[in-house]
Design a protein around this ligand. Structure first.
Ligand code: UT7
Length: 333
């Protein structure tokens, strides 16, 4: 082994979700829907709601602290913080800076990354590259969302989908190769950007009486079109990254997909010629938590699927942008 070779591993992981639940039955009292439609079309039974007093910096801090505890790393040992989110606490400053202060980290580089539901995997890749090329030994990568702040509870096609939560990973640099994050396939197609948008609140359409009255601060999505592109995009990214690393899908211990729709997850299993039970699913409990979805699922999968050191695991995501990402890792903890 080349003594200069380094790997970036996930040394610890943690998650945090709000206590409050919003069930399908609750939603059926707000919009014209029912448990049967939501369950069969999406797989979702309930989601978590942060409410007005619980902010993303607190959700992210709690998940990050659990990841630090699981890694046995102190907040002062963190050299870099990346927060994947599309529901940042404020437009500025970055939520990562608020979390840095709350955790008691040093004045280390901290920034937010917006790649929507693919954000956590984008952040793993950015973190890995920065660590391999720089002086960073330990990094925090956090996926956190409060999507309910952007959810239109008058639109039954979207309000059934989204929930709040956070997941975090501690990345560490270690000697040797072939450990931890093996590689990542990232992609984006801005030509399909209009398929998922929050039209107002950015610099093009700042908040005004008109934008509020037009409900333009809420997420809008062409679900049917996104569904088709999501299946194709995730299956292709997964196949590409597995081929690149010479891993047959049948060798995977587990696939942890973005939790957007159970039918999308099943379609990916089919395209990889795997049975559905190889896919980790917790969408029934949390709905779609965008950038938080994969780290929350990974945190639960490691226990429920009994991950062991060296197990090959595939993470795959898709979201607004449109963006997609697939990462292959060898479990390290
Ligand atoms: O995380 C970011 C990426 N996002 C995604 O991956 C989301 C991908 N898309 C989806 O998951 C699905 O497209 C949805 C769950 C959003 C919708 O499921 P669908 O099977 O594509 O339904 P649809 O939009 O084709 O609508 C079918 C019918 C429509 O009625 P008509 O026109 O056939 O009479 C809708 O009006 O279902 C109706 N409908 C509902 N009915 C009861 C739509 N939403 C609801 C609802 N309750 N909540």
């Amino acid at each position: 082994m080349n003594s200069n070779t380094k790997s970036i591993v996930i040394r610890g992981i943690g998650s945090s979700v709000p206590q409050q639940k919003l069930t399908n039955k609750d939603l059926s009292k707000i919009v014209d829907t029912d448990d049967e439609w939501i369950t069969t079309r999406t797989g979702i039974k309930e989601r978590r709601i942060a409410g007005k007093d619980l902010q993303v910096s607190e959700l992210g801090r709690a998940a990050a602290q659990k990841a630090l505890d699981s890694a046995g790393v102190k907040a002062e040992e963190i050299d870099l913080i990346i927060v994947a989110t599309l529901s940042s606490e404020m437009i500025s400053p970055a939520t990562s800076c608020i979390i840095q202060e709350k955790l008691g980290c040093r004045a280390v580089p901290s920034f937010d990354l917006n790649a929507a539901c693919s954000g956590f995997l984008y952040s793993l890749e950015v973190g890995k590259s920065m660590m391999l090329n720089g002086e960073y030994e330990n990094a925090l990568v956090i996926g956190v969302e409060k999507l309910t702040s952007y959810t239109d509870y008058e639109d039954r096609t979207t309000c059934i989908l989204f929930g709040d939560g956070a997941g975090a990973a501690v990345l560490s640099k270690t000697d040797g190769e072939g450990l931890g994050i093996l590689g990542c396939k990232l992609g984006a197609d801005g030509g399909n950007a209009p398929l998922i948008q929050i039209p107002a609140g950015g610099s093009a359409r700042p908040a005004s009486i008109e934008t509020v009255e037009a409900r333009e601060h809420y997420l809008r999505m062409n679900g049917r079109e996104v569904f088709k592109v999501a299946v194709r995009g995730m299956a292709q990214a997964a196949t590409d990254i597995l081929e690149k690393h010479g891993i047959d899908p049948s060798e995977l211990k587990c696939i942890v997909p973005h939790q957007a729709n159970i039918r999308i997850i099943e379609a990916i299993a089919k395209s990889l010629q795997l049975s559905d039970d190889r896919m980790f699913v917790n969408i029934q409990k949390y709905g779609n938590t965008s950038a938080a979805s994969i780290p929350i699922a990974l945190d639960e999968a490691k226990i429920e699927r009994n991950f062991k050191k060296g197990d090959p695991i595939l993470l795959v995501a898709f979201g607004a942008g449109l963006t997609w990402a697939a990462s292959v890792i060898r479990w390290y903890e």
